[in-house]
Design a protein around this ligand. Structure first.
Ligand SMILES: [Zn+2]
Length: 360
């Protein structure tokens, strides 16, 4: 397919992602206050992950060499955001099948209570999951959108508003944002976002001083903002004792620009491409991983058809869910695991899937 044809210009790589990105996560996150219950930061030596700077050669592994991909296919479950329901609803279902999962953690939300309608897993929950074979995955510090968004209206030099196809870069303020067409780049500070008769816009601290053409220009975080968004949550999770190798992009917003930075920090991305559950077993590239949801925005028939294909082709399925959503229940997860089990498909973490499929 067109997976590898992504040599399209970096600054225009996001439009498909932006269109589908509405399915991702929580709709508006205006407050980015610090803190976050980092309880138990000194307890990481007890039961948490072992040596994080040594090569992975656990005695428990059958072999130090990665295994080949399973002939009957594999499925990776990647849960979003780290709500307590990952622990109370997903974990019991997965334990019943002795099947691990991967959970994407927003470090500022660790241990928060009654925040955005639910509680959030604490360090002790994450340690228990990791001990049970789950993988902890980075989902940024504050759910930052790391993709780019294309301008859908021309911007003039005296404008202090831009109208991109997604206003997620307006959620965090004040934060520096670049507006670029690849020839010229302007950096302004974001003051927020709103909507007027033209559409939704991001408000900037001062006029652009340059003009930008719609369809040829975009918003993106500057290099230091990208390094922070991609690296800081990994460092924080590692300092808590977890082994962090993979990244889950907030809002499924990920593109060639994000990839440039992500490659420095991770061995793969859970949702580099959104919209399909099936990854071709031949030539799987973990920086182009396809993921789609399995209990939200879908039907059982669609999931079953994909599981049949995964089993037939020995393919790698990557499926996701937000467990705080009403339609994502323990029963639904259990039933999906039954379908997988009936087909002889293996369930593994994203890390293991990359090790087994990625070296092809
Ligand atoms: Zn998320």
């Amino acid at each position: 397919m067109e997976r590898r044809s992504s040599t399209r210009r970096v600054f225009l790589g996001s439009s498909a992602v932006a269109l589908t990105g509405l399915s991702g996560c929580l709709s508006r996150l205006t407050e980015g206050t610090g803190g976050g219950g980092d309880t138990g930061e000194n307890e990481t030596d007890g039961s948490g992950g072992e040596g994080d700077d040594t090569t992975p050669d656990d005695e428990e592994r059958e072999d130090s060499e990665p295994l080949d991909p399973p002939e009957g296919g594999a499925v990776v479950f990647v849960y979003d955001d780290g709500p307590i329901e990952d622990y109370t609803q997903a974990f019991p279902a997965h334990q019943a099948f002795d099947a691990p999962a991967t959970t994407g953690i927003v470090t500022e939300w660790i241990g928060r209570e009654n925040y955005m309608g639910t509680d959030w897993m604490g360090v002790e929950h994450l340690e228990e999951l990791e001990d049970a074979g789950w993988e902890i995955c980075s989902h940024t510090v504050d759910h930052t959108a790391v993709g780019t968004f294309e301008l859908v209206e021309d911007a003039h030099s005296d404008d202090d508003r831009v109208y991109p196809d997604g206003i997620r870069h307006g959620y965090w303020e004040p934060r520096d944002l670049e507006i670029t067409d690849g020839q010229k780049t302007v950096t302004r500070t974001v003051l927020g976002w709103d909507e007027d008769e033209t559409g939704r816009y991001i408000e900037l601290d001062e006029p652009l001083g340059e003009s930008f053409t719609k369809g040829e220009s975009l918003t993106r975080y500057p290099e230091d903002g990208m390094e922070e968004a991609l690296g800081e949550s990994k460092r924080e999770l590692e300092s808590l004792g977890f082994e962090i190798d993979t990244f889950l992009a907030p809002y499924d917003s990920f593109d060639d620009y994000s990839r440039e930075f992500a490659i420095d920090h991770y061995m793969g991305i859970a949702n580099a491409e959104h919209g399909s559950r099936v990854n071709d077993p031949d030539g799987f590239d973990p920086f182009y991983t396809e993921r789609d949801y399995f209990l939200e925005f879908t039907s059982p028939e669609s999931v079953i058809a994909d599981l049949d294909e995964i089993a037939d082709r020995g393919a790698l399925g990557v499926i996701g869910a937000h467990t705080f959503k009403d339609e994502v229940t323990e029963d639904g997860i259990y039933e999906t695991l039954e379908w997988i089990d009936e087909r002889g498909i293996e369930v593994m973490t994203l890390r293991e899937a990359i090790e087994r499929y990625g070296g092809q």
